[in-house]
Each structure stands twice: as structure tokens, then as C-alpha cells.
Design a protein around this ligand. Structure first.
Ligand SMILES: [Zn+2]
Length: 425
């Protein structure tokens, strides 16, 4: 990047802790925040806007946007075994590519500047990431029981070694302890350690997964993951709802659990032990794939989490605004993108909020307006590494063309229909 300086003045900053700082000037040099000051500097006037760090979506399967709405009002077993996995077995690279692009567009519209993906067909996802510009942490999905597991692992390691894109981080994604044996998990964790890349895995999503694990191995899923050295490296855990308070000491400093309450409500999964543990430092927000959650908006997830927790505790004083906001920001710590703080030296990954709209007025408390009233129309602009990806309320890409391409692909996908699933939930 050339020497590029952008200065904003009269900014109201909303930091990662949910604190407001009015009348600030912001200097960005080559994509990095280099000065934040109450001096009024010559620059672009941001009066009336609130500027916050971008959102993180810490667990999703972006390509599954192509399946959004395909399996509704079914049990979680039927969702996996009769719908999603049979469709996925006939999935082609182009489905992954377009589903991922659609997902990235939706996320950027909603202020997501970095996200953690967990999927196969990495080349299609990398192509989408290159074109779209959103910071992508891709865990290349590995099924230990798949016949081509060794080839997939080899290919993943090679891709991780070769990656040079600074907006992309690659890691290994063993799907779960129920699709990867303890030996396979150990092998993958060993490679992650050598590569210095971290892991991303589903653990204890449902009580039946925990029960089956005890039946098969005499141990709970987290214990297996721990003993396989998966937590010796930075690790993102998808869901982890049925991890108990007794198991929590197994979590390491750089273990982060991603919560997607909309999926739990929609698939009637319950909240497990999460409400007792939510005050711990190990939680952040993700959306899961759109085949289960139907949208990729972390803000919506945080809002639902707030409402559900207040109801679960039967106490409206719980799940305070600042706590929900911190959960939204926490995911940055699990990703290697130097983002998530309005501090000098951090990446300029920013949301510019316009709360002066009918549905968010009056603004007594900007955090309340954002968390409980705002939607993507309040996001005037989004910046990643100091570059606009959304400006004047519009994404800087041809949305009409993308929609046409997705529609054509869906016709093709439906014609192919369902195949035989390789794994069983
Ligand atoms: Zn998942």
C-alpha cells in the first residue's frame, strides 16, 4: 500500500469496552490507527456519527449461505442427516464460491470486518476472500472418518504454508470429536503446533454428543480435545453449550468459545450450561452458518443473547449493554488481525454508525440504540485496513450481479438434489 493518510475529526468514538469518547480526531496511516486526539485536526467531518471497531463473526460456515432456508421446521437430527449433509455431498466448488461471496457481502453490510470460517473447498473460499476484502480466518474442515482424510490434511498443510495474503489467516479445522478420533485430533493438533496456525473445532454442541462421547470413549468431548493437545494451540470452539463448569479449567488462555443463540433457539438446542458460565473470559459471538441461523449478523445474535439471558435468569438487570458489547468485540482477540481496539497501532477496521434515523431516535444512550434498535441501514460506512468496503450506505460491489449469479447457481443445485451423506449426526 502507498503512503495513504486519512484524517477524521469531530468523531464520537465507541470503544471495545462500550465507553464513549466525544470530539476526537482520528488519524489513519496505511491502514493503521496512528493518532487519536482531542485536538481538532483538519480532515473529514464525522459530526453526528459514532465510530466503533468492526464486528467479528467468530464461527460460521459462509458457503452454507447457498442453503439458507432450504431446511426449515425440522429437528436438528433431520436438519443434518436428511437435509444439509445430503445436499452438501453433491456440492460443487461454484456453490462454495458464490455462497461464500454472498455471505461476505451480507457480513460487510452488517459491519463485520473479520470472520472465522469453517468449511471445505478452501480454494473457492480463498478466491472469494481475495475478491471481497473482508479479513478471513479460514479453518479448513477435516473429517477424520472421510476416505480422503489424509489427502485433505496434506492439501490443507500446503495451503497454510503457501498463504501470503495478509487479510487471510488459515488454520486447521478438525470438524468435531465425533467425526475425528482422538488419534486424528492428536495428529492435527501436532501439525497446528508446527505450523503455528491454531485450530477451530465444534465441541459439545448438544447433550447427546456428550452422552455418545462418554459411551464411545468414556470421556466428554472437551476432555478428548484437551488430551489430544488441541488446546495447546490457539483454538476457537464452535458452540460448546454443554461444556460444564467443572470442565472449564481445561480451557486455556487462548481458547475462545463462539456462541450463536439464534441457531440454538431455531434448532431447539437449549442453552446447556452456558448461562452459568457467560461471565467467563472465554466467550465471543458468531452466527453459525446461514442454513441454520438464516442471517450472518453478529449484532442480531448479541441482541437475542441479551433477551434470552434476561429471560433465563428472570432478571432484567443481567446481560447488561456493556457485557453484550464486549462479547461482540471479544472475537477480535481470537483472530490474528491486530483489530478490535480504537488504539494507536491497531488496524483501521471501523464501523461508522448513523443513529439519526426514525427507528434509532432519540439517542439517549448510543450503545442501547445500537444493541436494541439499530440495523444495517444505520451503518453508513465500513472500513477494513483503512479502505472502504461500504460507503454512503452501499457496499462497494455489484450486488445485482451477485444476486443474479446466486439465483442461477441455486437452480443448478436444486437440479443436482441430495446425495448420500458421508457422516452421521
Ligand atoms: Zn458450526
Amino acid at each position: 500500500m502507498k503512503n495513504n493518510i486519512i484524517i477524521f475529526n469531530h468523531c464520537t468514538l465507541l470503544d471495545e469496552a462500550g465507553m464513549l469518547h466525544p470530539n476526537q480526531s482520528l488519524v489513519i496511516e496505511n491502514g493503521i490507527l496512528t493518532r487519536i486526539t482531542s485536538d481538532v485536526l483538519e480532515g473529514i467531518d464525522c459530526s453526528g456519527l459514532v465510530i466503533s471497531p468492526g464486528f467479528v463473526n467468530l464461527h460460521t460456515h459462509a458457503a452454507m449461505n447457498i442453503f439458507k432456508g432450504i431446511a426449515e421446521d425440522v429437528s436438528i437430527d433431520a436438519w443434518f442427516n436428511e437435509e444439509i449433509w445430503p445436499y452438501e455431498s453433491k456440492m460443487e466448488e461454484q456453490d462454495v464460491y458464490l455462497g461464500t461471496r454472498l455471505a461476505m457481502a451480507e457480513m460487510m453490510k452488517n459491519g463485520v470486518t473479520a470472520y472465522a470460517d469453517h468449511y471445505f473447498s478452501p480454494n473457492a473460499i480463498l478466491r472469494a476472500a481475495e475478491e471481497m476484502g473482508i479479513k478471513t480466518d479460514l479453518a479448513i474442515t477435516l473429517f477424520g472418518f472421510a476416505p480422503n482424510y489424509q489427502d485433505d490434511l496434506k492439501q490443507a498443510i500446503e495451503l497454510i504454508r503457501q498463504n501470503k495474503n495478509e487479510r487471510v489467516h488459515l488454520r486447521l479445522g478438525p470438524h468435531s470429536p465425533y467425526t475425528c478420533s482422538p488419534e486424528v485430533l492428536k495428529e492435527i493438533a501436532g501439525h497446528a503446533k508446527v505450523l503455528g496456525c491454531g485450530l477451530h473445532i465444534h465441541v459439545s454442541e448438544t447433550q447427546s454428543q456428550v452422552d455418545e462421547s462418554i459411551q464411545n470413549y468414556g470421556k466428554k468431548p472437551l476432555e478428548i480435545v484437551y488430551e489430544s493437545a488441541c488446546l495447546d494451540v490457539p483454538c476457537i470452539i464452535g458452540h460448546g453449550l454443554y461444556i460444564t463448569p467443572e470442565e472449564h479449567p481445561l480451557l486455556q488462555k487462548d481458547t475462545m468459545i463462539s456462541l450463536s443463540p439464534k441457531t440454538y433457539l431455531k434448532l431447539a438446542m437449549g442453552l446447556g450450561h452456558m448461562p452459568d458460565l457467560i461471565d467467563d473470559e472465554h466467550y465471543a459471538i458468531g452466527t453459525d452458518g446461514a442454513a441454520s441461523s438464516n442471517s450472518l449478523n453478529p449484532l442480531e445474535q448479541a441482541r437475542l443473547l441479551g433477551l434470552v439471558l434476561k429471560d433465563v435468569y428472570q432478571d432484567a438487570r443481567k446481560a447488561k449493554l456493556e457485557q453484550l458489547w464486549k462479547l461482540l468485540m471479544k472475537g477480535h482477540e481470537a483472530l490474528p488481525f491486530n483489530s478490535g481496539k480504537l488504539k494507536e497501532g491497531y488496524s483501521a477496521d471501523l464501523i461508522f454508525w448513523d443513529l439519526n434515523q426514525v427507528h434509532t431516535m432519540p439517542v439517549y444512550n448510543p450503545l442501547a440504540s445500537i444493541l436494541y434498535s439499530a440495523n444495517e441501514t444505520n451503518i453508513k460506512a465500513v472500513m477494513i485496513n483503512g479502505e472502504w468496503v461500504k460507503k454512503d450506505y452501499q457496499l462497494l460491489l455489484d450486488e445485482t450481479l451477485l444476486i443474479q449469479e446466486v439465483n442461477a447457481q441455486v437452480q443448478d443445485l436444486l437440479k443436482r438434489g441430495k446425495g448420500k451423506a458421508k457422516v452421521h449426526f
